[in-house]
Design a protein around this ligand. Structure first.
Ligand SMILES: Nc1ncnc2c1ncn2[C@@H]1O[C@H](COP(=O)(O)OP(=O)(O)OP(=O)(O)O)[C@@H](O)[C@H]1O
Ligand SMILES: [Mg+2]
Length: 303
């Protein structure tokens, strides 16, 4: 089993009597890209600030690399890189000089600057003043800075916010390379499911401070997978057939609606219908888009 990088138990943060984060149990495995998803104000940044030791939880525990954050803060944070909100930099200085300032604080070898510039594809742009950079380049520079200390865990709070589609694509492909090529575990937040779906292995959905869904993207896709619709000559009579009623079929607009099932099962059903004298006009699979499913989850339809 792969080891766990971040675990939280009952993590909670209260601001002026109001819980911004409530009973949060995060579980992030080694080498995973974990998408932390939620609408505005859901508690993503508050959670991330607690994980980075920037604010104190009201209650609950945080374990990173198997150690209690409260007790081993410096030791843990030395192995973590982060980008929370927009990166800060000196606009009149070049990308390389900005990274040099951070390199000195971290006390890592000078050669690391060229390495991180290469990882974020800024090689060749390092001598230009950062104030002339596009938003996407600034964001990549922020990720380069987060990578300077060769972290094992990278925490990125909405790194694609405000970027155009090509900027988003660049950040996404950069993030996707990190676990495989550098063994880095990534926690990335977003309010867009489509974005998380394209890069994460696991998703945690937070709403009003509470985790309402935490599972693999593959499982999320399975759950969102739709239903089977049968159009037959005599739907009411057909639904009385034991196998159809037995698998939770119902009648909607004179069609039979069934939960999704295997091809073999569908073939059996159709055969039974035909053998019982029904004409089967259509067998359709209706898929809900993941976005629709996400909205349903966010609105409290599924828990
Ligand atoms: N310093 C603070 N003082 C008081 N309330 C706060 C503070 N920081 C956050 N909150 C509240 O906590 C809740 C969660 O905020 P948070 O910034 O964590 O959400 P978020 O998921 O990051 O949202 P966004 O997508 O807009 O960045 C919000 O209701 C917010 O108003
Ligand atoms: Mg936020």
């Amino acid at each position: 089993m792969k080891s766990t990088v971040i675990t939280t138990n009952g993590l909670r943060k209260v601001y002026r009597g109001r819980a911004a984060v409530e009973q949060l149990d995060l579980n992030i495995g080694q080498g995973e890209i974990y998408g932390f998803l939620g609408p505005n104000g859901a508690g993503k940044t508050t959670t991330i600030r607690m994980l980075l030791g920037l604010i104190q939880p009201t209650s609950g525990d945080i374990q990173i690399f198997g150690k209690e954050l409260r007790k081993h803060k410096l030791q843990i944070l030395r192995r973590v890189g982060s980008l929370v909100e927009s990166p800060s930099y000196y606009g009149h200085l070049s990308a390389a000089d900005n990274l040099e300032a951070i390199r000195r604080i971290l006390d890592v070898p000078k050669a690391r600057i060229a390495e991180v510039l290469d990882i974020v594809s800024l090689t060749g742009e390092e001598k230009r003043p950062v104030k002339g950079f596009s938003l996407g380049m600034k964001q990549r520079l922020g990720i380069a800075a987060a990578l300077l200390g060769s972290p094992e865990l990278l925490i990125l709070d909405e790194p694609t916010n405000g970027l155009d589609p090509s900027g988003i694509q660049e950040i996404r492909s950069l993030i996707k390379r990190l676990p495989a090529e550098y063994g880095i575990t990534v926690l990335v937040s977003s309010h867009l499911l489509s974005e998380i779906e394209q890069m994460a292995d696991t998703v945690g959905i937070i709403r009003q401070g509470t985790m309402i869904y935490q599972d693999t993207i593959a499982h999320l896709q399975e759950q969102a997978a739709g239903e089977l619709r049968l159009t037959v000559s005599e739907p009411e009579a057909a639904l009385k057939l034991s196998s159809l009623s037995g698998c939770g079929g119902s009648l909607q607009e004179s069609r039979i609606v069934l939960p999704r099932m295997s091809d073999a099962r569908v073939a059996l059903l159709v055969r039974e219908l035909v053998e019982n004298g029904h004409a089967v006009y259509r067998v359709e699979e209706h898929r809900q888009s993941l976005e629709q499913f996400f909205l349903q989850v966010i609105e409290g339809g599924i828990s």
